[in-house]
Write a protein that binds this ligand. Structure first.
Ligand code: NZQ
Ligand code: ZN
Length: 391
C-alpha cells in the first residue's frame, strides 16, 4: 500500500428489505425540523414517500417539503433549497432519492448558511466549508453513485456549461443511509443499467492507476466480478432481490473511499462524462459508458500490464500463447460485449452530442494526472469522436 493515508467513514448504513424500520430511531438523533428533499415524484408512485412520512410522524418531526430535485441538480435548485433550509432553520436534510437528490442535499447542507456564493466557493474554488453545516441523512432509491456513503456533491450550471463535483470531507457525508434493495425495483431499466455502469466506472477509475501490488485492486476486482454477475441477472429480472441487493451493496463500496486507498486514481472518464453532461444533460452513467471503451483503448499502451490483469482476473481471459497486448484487448472486448448485453449507450451521439459541441466539451473537461496517460485537449476530442463510430 503506497503512501500515507487516513481512513474513516462516518456514515451509518441500514441495509435490507426492512431497513426503513431504522429511520424513526435515526431521526431521534436530530432536532425537530426536517427538510424532506426528493425528486420528480417517483417516490409518491412507489410508496416510498408514505414509508418516510410515517417514520417522520412517528419521530414527531415538523416537515418542510422540498420536492423537484431534478436529475443532474442545477445551481438554481441549490439556491432554492438553501432558502427553504435557512428560512426554516432546519435541523436535518432528509434526502429521499438517487445520487442527484443526495448530492443536492449535501450541497444545501454546506451552502444554506454560507454568506458567499456557494457555486463560486465550493464548486469553482473548491474551498472547504467554514460555516454551519446542516446534517444530511438519506433513503436511497436508485443505485449507482455511492453518494449515500461519500462526500461527493455534483452540481450543474447550465449557463456556464459546467458540471462540477466537490468531494467534501467526513463532516458533510450522510450521517445515516437507509438502503432497501426493494426500493430500487421501480427504477426504469435505462436508469438501472446506467447506474450499473456508473458503479463499474467508479471501480475502474480507481483500479486503472498505479503499478504496485495493492490490496485495493484485489477488492476492486471482486466488486467488479460481483457487479457483472448480478447485472446480467438484474437486466432479465429487475425484481431479483439477490441481484439487486448485491448491486446496491457493491455501489456503496465502489465509491465510499475504501478502494481508493493507496491509489493515485484516474477519474478522467468522469471528467469527460461530466463535460458531456454539462452540454447535453444526459444521464450520468450513460455519459461514462459512451466514452469508456475509446478512452481505455487509447490509454491501454501506457498501462498494458494492468489491462492484462483486468482481462484475466475480471473477465477470465486466457493468456496462453498470446501477447500481453492481445490479452489486454480481449479484456476490453469482453467488457464491450457485456455493455452491449445489458443495453448501455456506446455512442455519444445517442446522448445528443453534436460535432459543434466538441470544442466546448474539451474545454469543459478537467484534465487529471492520476491515470496511465495525461490527455491533452485533442485526445479528448478524439476519444469522443471514436465513440461516434460505435453502434
Ligand atoms: O426524480 P425522481 O422521481 O426521483 O426520478 C429519478 C430520476 O428520474 C428516478 N428514480 C430514482 N429512484 C427511483 C426512480 N424511479 C423509479 N423508482 C425509483 N425507486 O431515476 C432518475 C435518476 O435519478 P438520479 O438521482 O438522477 O440518478 P443517479 O443516482 O444516477 O444520480 C446522478 C447524479 O449523481 C452525480 C451525477 O453526476 C448526477 O448528477 N454523481 C454523484 C457522485 C457522488 N456523489 O459521488 C459520483 C457520481 O460519479 C456522479 O457524478
Ligand atoms: Zn459516476
Amino acid at each position: 500500500m503506497l503512501g500515507n493515508f487516513s481512513y474513516s467513514n462516518p456514515t451509518k448504513l441500514h441495509f435490507g428489505d426492512e431497513a426503513i424500520s431504522f429511520l424513526t430511531e435515526e431521526l431521534k438523533n436530530f432536532g425537530s425540523k426536517v427538510m424532506l428533499s426528493y425528486g420528480g415524484g417517483s417516490i409518491k408512485q412507489n410508496g416510498i414517500y408514505d414509508d418516510v412520512i410515517n417514520a417522520l410522524k412517528a419521530a414527531g418531526k415538523t416537515v418542510f417539503e422540498d420536492p423537484g430535485v431534478m436529475s443532474n441538480p442545477t445551481v438554481e435548485k441549490l439556491y432554492e433549497g438553501c432558502k427553504i433550509a435557512r428560512e426554516n432553520d432546519v435541523d436535518l436534510i432528509l434526502a429521499v432519492g438517487g445520487g442527484s437528490t443526495i448530492d443536492y442535499a449535501k450541497g444545501v447542507s454546506v451552502s444554506a448558511w454560507c454568506n458567499d456564493d456557494p457555486w463560486k466557493k465550493y464548486y469553482l474554488e473548491m474551498q472547504d466549508p467554514d460555516n454551519k453545516i446542516i446534517p444530511v441523512g438519506c433513503v436511497l432509491t436508485m443505485v449507482g453513485t455511492g453518494s449515500e456513503m461519500n462526500g461527493g456533491s455534483v452540481i450543474t450550471n447550465h449557463k456556464e456549461k459546467l458540471k462540477i463535483g466537490h468531494v467534501f470531507s467526513d463532516n458533510v457525508m450522510p450521517k445515516f443511509a437507509i438502503l432497501n434493495p426493494k426500493y430500487t425495483f421501480t427504477v426504469p431499466k435505462y436508469q438501472m443499467v446506467s447506474g450499473i455502469f456508473d458503479i463499474m466506472s467508479h471501480i475502474m477509475e480507481q483500479y486503472f492507476s498505479g503499478e504496485d501490488d495493492n490490496t485495493s485492486d484485489y477488492i476492486a476486482e471482486a466488486l467488479m466480478k460481483s457487479l457483472i454477475h448480478s447485472s446480467l441477472i438484474a437486466v432479465l429480472n429487475p425484481e431479483d432481490y439477490e441481484a439487486r441487493s448485491n448491486i446496491m451493496w457493491t455501489a456503496t463500496w465502489a465509491l465510499n473511499t475504501l478502494i481508493s486507498k493507496g491509489k493515485s486514481t484516474d477519474w478522467e472518464v468522469h471528467m469527460i462524462g461530466q463535460a458531456i453532461g454539462a452540454y447535453t444533460n444526459a444521464t450520468h452513467g450513460m455519459t461514462l459508458s459512451a466514452v469508456s471503451l475509446p478512452y481505455y483503448h487509447h490509454i491501454l499502451p501506457y498501462g498494458t500490464a494492468k489491462f492484462k490483469r483486468f482481462a484475466q482476473n475480471v473477465w477470465g481471459v486466457c493468456s496462453d500463447e498470446k501477447t500481453d497486448e492481445q490479452v489486454a484487448l480481449e479484456g476490453l472486448d469482453a467488457m464491450e460485449n457485456w455493455m452491449k448485453e445489458i443495453g448501455l449507450v456506446l455512442n455519444a451521439r445517442d446522448l445528443g452530442v453534436t460535432d459543434d459541441m466538441l470544442d466546448g466539451i474539451a474545454d469543459a473537461t478537467f484534465i487529471l494526472d492520476g491515470g496511465y496517460k495525461v490527455l491533452n485537449r485533442e485526445e479528448i476530442i478524439d476519444v469522443i469522436k471514436e465513440s461516434f463510430k460505435k453502434n
